[in-house]
Design a protein around this ligand. Sequence first.
Ligand code: 5RP
Length: 247
Amino acid sequence: MYEPRAMLSEFVKTWLNYVAKELLKKKVALAALEHIKSDSLVGLGTGSTAKYLIEGLGEKIKRGELSNITAIATSKESHELAIKQGITMLELSQKEIDIAIDGMDEVDPELNLVKGLGGALTREKLVEAHAKKLIYMADDSKIVDYLGQKAPIPVEVIQFGLAVTKAKLTRLELKPVLRLKNNQAFISDNGNYILDCYLNSKRDLEELANQIIKIPGVVEHGLFLNMADIVYIAKEEQIIKMTRDDK
Ligand code: 5RP
């Protein structure tokens, strides 16, 4: 039955949850932003949390609180946003990145991550593997006991031979699903497809990552293992900082 009051209250609840989540993202992005120092080459992540980081960085540069900042983006979207913020953007080169900061989709107790629900995993891995210091950030809904618990593992594959690549991923006991956008296959910034691979249990991550990357047609996967130096988690009023001591 049509109940306008109930519908309105549901709408208000959803909207308030959205606003609360956005505030958390902004808060955690501003905490991570504190790590960026003047005279740095910065790797800029992709996604709704990284957006707050890029905007915050642009504001700090405009206020004169940071100088001589150059940056490399992990997606066309972040690149364009950074240009709008007045940040000097470079292409990825052999020059090592001082610090890279990005969002994430899952983090396990060892600070291994799943990334790529925004579709930028390949550029994210390229840029972030080339950084001296790596910081990730998210709200506490992204904490999991094991990777794959809530999110699929995104795997970027070339378009040619999709059915064969998909069958090989299925043989690894993954459930690959072609990512869609507006009812069409999602196409990454690199012109490739994404197969979102669902796990049905906890897996040996190193082994799984090695098996996936060996499949012909696979470009990259969204398992970011042993990479994070610091992970910031926003939880209600708190920002929790987790570090990997063994790095
Ligand atoms: C994009 C990513 C993003 O960092 C990840 O999806 C998190 O995004 P958001 O901050 O919007 O939750 O990996 O490829």
